[in-house]
Design a protein around this ligand. Structure first.
Ligand SMILES: Nc1nc2c(ncn2[C@@H]2O[C@H](COP(=O)(O)OP(=O)(O)O)[C@@H](O)[C@H]2O)c(=O)[nH]1
Ligand SMILES: [Mg+2]
Length: 216
């Protein structure tokens, strides 16, 4: 019975996600669902990405958090349109929330939409938001066993970004293990290693993203 209820919720979510998808498609917006644990570095990477791309692409951001507008305020400082959603306890964004939020933007004036999801490796994995791709961040301090422990999110992601590589000398984190396990689950997954602190690898991420937007 419980399983049926959760399936119904997912089905309702997916119907709205299809509407979001068609709205984005008709306005030619490429949408990225940014996923990862709290503290993985999602907002930091988003800030670096906006700085790198905002002169070439018109960017808008939906920020998802349980509470506060802290991330929304960080991103707003970069001069892009932002809508902050607070889920008030909910562990993931849903398609209806995103549908509501994007109503605030002029989508015809937008090329690239980032949706920073609530920090979570579980609930966010199965709720589609109408995005073109899911990008999951895994930071070095979280440990190299997380692909094995939370397989669904890595199986469902187009891109895995291994963040905070500047901390590798201080941690026991086997990057090859993470990449091997991610590819075993998802042979098509694209993987980038980067440090937003030193900037190493950030250019690779920007090029990958540009290629996806160009192909869409
Ligand atoms: N050492 C290091 N710290 C980072 C890096 N990226 C982000 N951080 C720090 O990690 C913390 C969480 O970052 P934030 O972007 O807010 O994570 P989010 O919760 O996933 O959005 C902050 O203190 C950041 O300064 C990185 O590449 N290296
Ligand atoms: Mg954040």
């Amino acid at each position: 019975m419980k399983i049926k209820v959760s399936r119904d919720i997912l089905k309702a979510n997916d119907l709205i996600a299809q509407d979001v998808r068609s709205m984005l498609d008709s306005a030619r917006v490429f949408a990225v669902n940014l996923l990862g644990s709290p503290g993985a570095g999602k907002t930091t990477l988003l800030e670096a990405t906006i700085r790198a791309l905002k002169t070439d692409l018109r960017i808008a951001v939906v920020e998802g958090d349980v509470q506060t507008a802290i991330d929304g305020e960080r991103v707003e400082k970069l001069g892009v349109p932002v809508v902050q959603i607070n889920t008030l306890g909910g562990c993931h964004l849903s398609a209806p929330m995103v549908s509501d939020a994007i109503g605030e933007f002029d989508l015809t004036e937008t090329d690239l939409l980032f949706i920073e999801n609530v920090g979570n490796l579980v609930c966010t994995a199965t709720f589609g938001l109408g995005e073109d791709m899911k990008v999951t961040l895994l930071s070095v301090p979280e440990g190299d066993d997380k692909v094995q422990k939370y397989p669904t999110i890595f199986a469902n992601s187009r891109v895995l970004v291994i963040t905070k590589t500047d901390l590798l000398p201080h941690m026991e984190f086997d990057v090859e293990r993470v990449e091997r396990e991610a590819r075993a689950l998802n042979p098509e997954i694209q993987i980038v290693r980067l440090s937003a602190r030193t900037g190493e690898g950030v250019g690779d991420w920007i090029e990958l993203l540009r290629a996806h937007v160009a192909d869409s």
